[in-house]
Design a protein around this ligand. Structure first.
Ligand code: F6P
Length: 546
């Protein structure tokens, strides 16, 4: 059948952006700021308490008009409405994409196959709250009658990265009498180190897996079961008091041996990387309590509503997504750095890697055609100011263009002497240095020896966004995560790709299953892979028996 959807690069708005890029590619941010003294303020958008200063991108008002036109041409508005209506926009898996329903207030309604999913969401949230209150108060007793002091979340990917990130981000609000650990890697070291100082009688495992078939989580889950049984005298009844599950797959949970009464459900319309606000957030709720968890959900919802209703020109996630397209597809930026200047957000870059790269690491469109343009950037980052003393050199003076997102909170959670002023001074200084650099004249003016001048020149003209939050509260975290979720969605809508499947991770999983018996069974036949893989397998087998 003929493909009737015009390819992205043949759209008039794209062509106009290509022509516009030619007029802007050699214009320096110094010039753009000099020409418009009000640029810093006019290219700042603010909504639901989040400030996005995008003025240090290489854009003009015309760029924004064209990017908005591109979004409209690509049907971004229709895609947003389809998502919120519960249409099956994850076409390759035939699923709706309704993480936005996870944070809708009680009484809202989104119907999927005749069922109001918001009612389902709140039923589970209420169960989670009841359970968390029992555990946090000590009313929930372990097998030997002791209260729970340690919680270990066992999960991987979306069933780990969100919970870890949120636990770290909201540590300020967490119950300091409880210990939280996260086990994800199939490397036994992860499990062994996580439990080595824990008492089984006081430990609760949350086995978190959407599918409840993921090799890493099932293997770690079984090790958890054995560890509990070994430490609690071998009575299988102990498991019910020390193991709960979070999953969409009730039958696999039951097969694993967890009482369905101890299972917290979510649904196939929640993607793994979009699930930290579902029951996958059970460890978060245990750490900060139901009220703070609900406040995080409210933050998500406020950003959702902003994304759904605001005109693109003032729509924070849409602007961020469109700027990512501009920097990636026109300026050729292959990577993007996310630089939170808040120690509590130290795992935010790792979390964003899955959100952005598993979502937009696609090279075919929804129609199955190979894209003729770049899609998702490589996301990476570290909390500031640590990164400054590590990789910022390359961002400032290297040969690659790396757009940066600086994230900072105006008010510290731990005021300590001058620390916060110094921290924030660094955020502002970095984006200033990246944008404006230092010219040869300025370097010479400092009395620098001529031979050193080229080394000390900063070209500048490196784009960045600055995202400001008032304070890192649960609500603010919800807003921040939703901001990125919808920015990813905006990019995917422009590129015409499916942000919600992840077929690319399947091949490695399948091949690993084929190799496992070749490593485990002494009598396994000679491996029949390529010569490199055969050789690696032979070496491992030899090492195992030596
Ligand atoms: O690695 C792919 C993936 O399917 C992710 O999308 C998902 O978050 C992760 O594995 C874990 O899956 P599950 O929650 O089903 O164990």
């Amino acid at each position: 059948m003929a493909n009737t959807i015009p390819s992205l690069t043949s759209r008039p708005a794209w062509k106009a952006l290509e022509a516009h890029y030619q007029t802007l590619r050699d214009v320096h941010l110094r010039r753009l700021f000099a020409d418009d003294p009000g640029r810093g303020e006019s290219l700042t958008a603010e909504a639901v308490g989040v400030v996005l200063d995008y003025s240090k991108n290489r854009i003009t008002g015309d760029t924004l008009d064209l990017l908005v036109r591109l979004a409209e041409d690509c049907g971004l508005r229709g895609r947003i409405d389809a998502m919120f209506r519960g249409e099956r926009i994850n076409e390759t898996e035939g699923r709706a994409v309704l993480h936005v329903a996870l944070r809708m207030p009680k009484g809202s309604s989104v119907e999927l196959d005749g069922v109001n999913v918001v009612t389902q969401v709140h039923t589970v949230l209420d169960r989670m709250a009841e359970f968390c209150t029992k555990v946090r108060s000590g009313a929930w007793k372990g097998h030997t009658g002791k209260r729970i002091r340690a919680v270990v979340n066992v999960g991987i990917g979306g069933s780990d990265l969100g919970p870890v990130m949120a636990y770290e981000a909201l540590r300020h609000y967490s119950d300091r009498n409880m210990i939280f650990r996260f086990v994800s890697n199939i490397d036994g070291t992860d499990f062994v180190e996580a439990v080595r100082d824990l008492n089984p009688a006081e430990t609760l495992f949350i086995i978190s897996s959407k599918t409840f078939t993921t090799l890493e989580t099932m293997t770690n889950g079984h090790s958890a079961r054995e560890w509990l049984l070994a430490g609690l005298g071998g009575d299988v009844k102990a498991v019910a008091k020390h193991c709960v599950a979070v999953s969409t797959n009730a039958s696999e949970v039951a097969k694993f041996g967890i009482d369905p009464a101890n299972m917290f459900e979510f649904w196939d319309w929640v993607g793994g990387r979009y699930s930290m606000d579902s029951a996958i957030g059970l460890s978060t709720m245990l750490a900060v309590g139901p009220e703070q968890f609900r406040s995080m959900l409210s933050g998500f919802h406020q950003m959702d509503e902003h994304f759904r209703t605001a005109p693109f020109r003032r729509n924070l996630p849409a602007l961020m997504g469109l700027l990512a397209v501009w920097n990636g597809d026109f300026f050729g930026a292959d990577t993007a750095a996310v630089l939170p200047y808040d120690q509590y957000l130290k795992r935010f870059p790792a979390y964003l890697q899955q959100l952005t790269m598993e979502s937009n690491g696609k090279h075919v469109t929804l129609e199955g055609a190979k894209t003729t343009y770049q899609t998702g950037a490589v996301f990476w980052g570290e909390p500031g100011t640590n990164g400054q003393h590590s990789f910022y050199q390359l961002i400032h003076q290297g040969t690659k263009l790396i757009p940066c997102d600086f994230i900072a909170c105006m008010k510290p959670l731990n005021p300590l002497g001058r620390h916060h002023d110094l921290l924030i001074a660094n955020v502002f200084a970095q984006s200033e240095a990246l944008a404006f650099g230092k010219t040869a004249e300025e370097v010479r003016g400092e009395g620098t020896a001529e031979r050193l001048v080229p080394h000390r020149v900063f070209e500048g003209n490196r784009p960045s966004n600055t995202i400001l939050l008032e304070r890192l509260t649960p609500e603010a975290l919800g807003k921040l995560v939703a901001l990125y979720e919808h920015s990813v969605f905006t990019q995917g809508a422009v590129w015409g790709i499916n942000c919600f499947d992840q077929w690319g991770v399947e091949l490695g999983k399948a091949l690993a299953q084929r190799i496992v018996p070749e490593l485990e069974r002494a009598e396994a036949p000679a491996p029949a892979h390529d010569s490199s893989t055969n050789h690696l397998i032979r070496r491992y087998r030899a090492a195992k028996t030596s």
